[in-house]
Design a binder for this molecule. Structure first.
Ligand SMILES: Nc1ncnc2c1ncn2[C@@H]1O[C@H](COP(=O)(O)OP(=O)(O)OP(=O)(O)O)[C@@H](O)[C@H]1O
Ligand SMILES: [Mg+2]
Length: 264
């Protein structure tokens, strides 16, 4: 893998006086895909928004492309946990994607330049949705919506893509759809990605590294290093189980939602 792209050392993230995340240290190399795993309230979104340069209340060291994240926002695309598009505004898929480019350039207007529409069309084709570019966003399936949002994130040509639970609202077949686009982004664009998830199983095929957080860093390493019984039971309770099938790790982590609470 390439050079170090993210350096976090003793990173602590605050909301006023409250420490949402404490003392996180890790490094991520260029081209790697990191799966960020942890229960509700573990701090996944806080970490992602801080790395995106959107949340600035932190202590410790955090360098992205060698700089504080707020200085390199142009290189980063962040796709939030639940999209904030007002679906009553009758936007077409291609307009949603074009907004990604316009927003980054600091202007939004109603006559989208042809050059931007062309870039948006290419991004939609990349995610396999070239043929529905003029459909209304609100009318798309969950998997198609998530792919449109990926296209919107890609249109500004980021070097780091931060995805907050891109699979959580999807049924299994839509998950497969979206994971195959993520695999294509990794393979063909070689963009570094951090993907938060409650369920690593659909993503272990593209995850080079896994980080397990529960307010603090529980483990960081390859899927094989992190997805082990003795590690995941620390967070998900004694019923959590990791298994290797072929070359891939899978884990069964039940449904525990509170910091470190065991389900016995
Ligand atoms: N805007 C905010 N103001 C105050 N506290 C916040 C804010 N956002 C998050 N928190 C708190 O920070 C902690 C981490 O929350 P965060 O949303 O980062 O967790 P998460 O791992 O993304 O959870 P989930 O799986 O539910 O999305 C929680 O205790 C949460 O209540
Ligand atoms: Mg979250």
């Amino acid at each position: 893998m390439g050079e170090i792209l993210i350096i976090a050392e003793n990173l602590t993230i605050y909301y006023d006086g409250y420490r949402a995340v404490e003392d996180i240290t890790f490094r991520l190399s260029s081209g790697e895909t990191l799966l960020l795993l942890g229960p509700n309230g573990a701090g996944k979104t806080s970490l992602l928004r801080t790395i995106a340069g959107l949340h600035k209340s932190y202590t410790g060291k955090l360098l992205v492309f060698g700089k504080p994240p707020a200085e390199v926002k142009d290189l980063i695309s962040y796709v939030p946990q639940s999209h904030s598009l007002n679906e009553r505004v009758p936007l077409k898929a291609i307009e949603v994607v074009a907004m990604g480019a316009l927003y980054k350039r600091g202007f939004i207007h109603f006559n989208i330049p042809k050059s931007v529409l062309k870039e948006a069309e290419e991004a939609l084709e990349f995610v396999g949705l070239g043929d529905i570019k003029n459909k209304r966003f609100a009318e798309l399936s969950g998997g198609q919506k998530q792919r449109v949002l990926l296209a919107r994130a890609l249109v500004s040509k980021p070097k780091l893509l931060l995805l907050d639970e891109p699979l959580s609202a999807l049924d299994p077949s839509a998950r497969v759809e979206v994971v195959s686009v993520l695999a294509k982004i990794k393979r063909e664009m070689r963009i570094t990605m951090i993907i938060t998830t409650h369920d690593p199983n659909p993503l272990t095929e593209i995850g080079d590294k896994v980080m397990l957080v529960n307010k603090r860093l529980v483990a960081f390493g390859t899927p094989e290093e992190v997805l082990r019984d003795e590690i995941i039971t620390k967070v998900y309770g004694s019923l959590a189980k990791a298994v290797k099938v072929g070359e891939r790790m899978y884990c069964f982590i039940g449904d525990v939602h509170i910091h470190g609470r065991e389900r016995r």
